[in-house]
Design a protein around this ligand. Structure first.
Ligand code: BG6
Length: 482
């Protein structure tokens, strides 16, 4: 079976920075089905040869030591370029001809990757339909859609309706690159490949869960986009919810697309919607000092660059266990981690209650950049009179020192091979908006909680720690050792 990946937005940053390097690496590992052709489409008037040359340079820059000229030349033989404008119907008919020529009548599974501006998704898909490019009689036809999928529930529903006019749900692959991260999938391995964690993984033993996605970077040149989006749309509705879903879901019947996605969506369905004072009390908002001076940001912007949200899941496993979700730009360090804080022992045998350290009985799952996990527990100080100290078991996901594969490697291959398990389904995306929309609206209203300024390079506003302490808990504010 032959395969073709058509990339719309071929001259864009994502294509050169992520997509082509990911495909190239899979090619080098012999994992791309043969033949796999790559056809770039954008408005710029390149020839295939010119595009290949540009990609050779950018790929070399991004894959560094993995670049091998011989391998690249083999890979590049299957790269083509076709100039085209999403606004122009004729260009899609021309593309259809070009694809037929390249594929030479072979049965071919084709993936259309929309790496364009989000406003163009619906239009591009309608044009694919008008040119008959969605018809799957001579091989599968799939469409991959980048984030963001809508900007709220209404726009996501509208986009789903528009796409469904051309493609069936099973042909639609909505990307959330967090699901392609090895360590996110490892969470499933950890939970469902062992028996030691699962009996404890519930309200009887877990006090609370913290999910933190901290970034050291600021908004940089993405100010125009970011200020309209804010952190709730940029990180919570998608990536952080995905992390919460893999942490909280039940075991699927089988590890295949629909079964996994069924269980994930149930987590979102179990989230207790905010009511009344929850909007003000269940979160903390912050903006780093200097944000308003960034390029493209209004001087009086009230957009959050930091947020905490507390959620409860109303189901048997999690009832009463708070999930604290936190993310921010301009934080101390880059770290994505999930902290499972187990309950304290019911009765302290050694010393008094004060000797029970709240930071013991904790599992820290490091998603990035220090992929691994640590178990924190109490042990006896040697040669002491039952004095306890905090100890740690430390596991590194890949101790060989090799970099883990980029999320796109896995996701692009899955899209080519037709495995939708690590892509978001329409109901999942809509449900995520259903949860986040009212919070965004409330945070824009006069009743919004205060937007706290914070110094870059810390763990967000001090109010975030105070807020946690008021609940008798504390954040795990530790930069991982890489
Ligand atoms: C993107 C957001 O989806 O994810 C960015 O738009 C964010 O603002 C990025 O920086 C984080 O991804 P990663 O893989 O670097 O954690």
């Amino acid at each position: 079976m032959s395969h073709t990946m058509v990339i719309f937005g071929a001259s864009g940053d994502l294509t050169s920075r992520k997509l082509i390097p990911a495909l190239y690496r899979q090619f080098c590992r012999g994992r791309l089905p043969t033949p796999t052709r790559i056809v770039g489409v954008s408005r710029s008037p390149f020839t295939s040869e010119q595009w290949r040359e540009q990609l050779a340079q950018s790929t070399q820059k991004f894959v560094k030591d993995d670049f091998d000229l011989n391998a690249w030349n083999g890979f590049a033989e299957q790269i083509f370029y076709q100039a085209g404008d999403i606004e122009n119907e004729q260009d899609f008919h021309r593309l259809a001809q070009v694809l037929n020529e390249i594929e030479a009548g072979q049965k071919t599974d084709r993936v259309y990757y929309l790496s364009t501006m989000p406003q163009l998704y619906a239009h591009a898909i309608a044009q694919l339909g008008k040119a008959g490019l969605n018809i799957d009689t001579n091989g599968a036809r799939r469409v991959v859609i980048e984030k963001p999928f809508g900007t709220d529930l209404q726009s996501a529903q509208k986009l789903n309706i528009e796409i469904h006019q051309t493609f069936r749900e099973d042909q639609i692959y909505r990307i959330d690159h967090y699901l392609g991260k090895e360590t996110v999938q490892n969470m499933l391995a950890l939970r469902f490949g062992n028996t030691i964690f699962e009996p404890l993984w519930n309200r009887n033993y877990i006090d609370h869960v913290q999910i933190t996605v901290a970034e050291e970077v600021k908004v940089g040149r993405r100010g125009g986009y970011y200020d309209k989006s804010g952190i709730l749309r940029d990180m919570f509705q998608n990536h952080i919810f995905q992390l919460m879903m893999v942490t909280a879901m039940e075991a699927p019947v089988r590890y295949t697309g629909e079964f996994v996605r069924d269980e994930k969506v149930k987590v979102l369905q179990a989230i207790r919607p905010y009511k009344g004072s929850d909007f003000a009390q269940y979160g903390v908002r912050g903006q780093y000092i200097g944000y308003q001076d960034e390029e493209g940001i209004p001087d009086d912007s009230q957009t959050e660059t930091f947020a905490v949200l507390k959620f409860y899941l109303d189901n048997w496993r999690w009832r009463g266990v708070p999930f604290y979700l936190r993310s921010g730009k301009a934080m101390s360090c880059r770290t994505t981690q999930i902290v499972i804080q187990f309950r304290e022992p019911p009765h302290m045998l050694f010393g008094n209650e004060k000797t029970c350290r709240p930071d013991a009985n904790r599992l820290v799952i490091q998603i990035q950049p220090a992929e691994g996990m640590q178990l924190h527990f109490q042990s006896k100080v040697p040669d002491s009179d039952m004095k306890l100290r905090l100890s740690e078991l430390d596991f590194r996901f890949d101790s060989s020192g090799k970099e883990l594969p980029d999320a796109y490697q896995r996701l692009l291959l899955d899209a080519l091979l037709g495995d939708p398990g690590l892509f978001a389904r329409s109901d999942e995306v809509e449900q995520a908006w259903r949860i986040i929309d009212p919070i965004i609206a409330a945070w824009k209203s006069p009743a919004a909680p205060t937007l706290h300024p914070y110094e870059p390079g810390l763990w967000g506003p001090t109010q975030s720690s105070e807020w946690m302490e008021e609940q008798g808990r504390s954040w795990f504010d530790v930069c991982p050792i890489i």
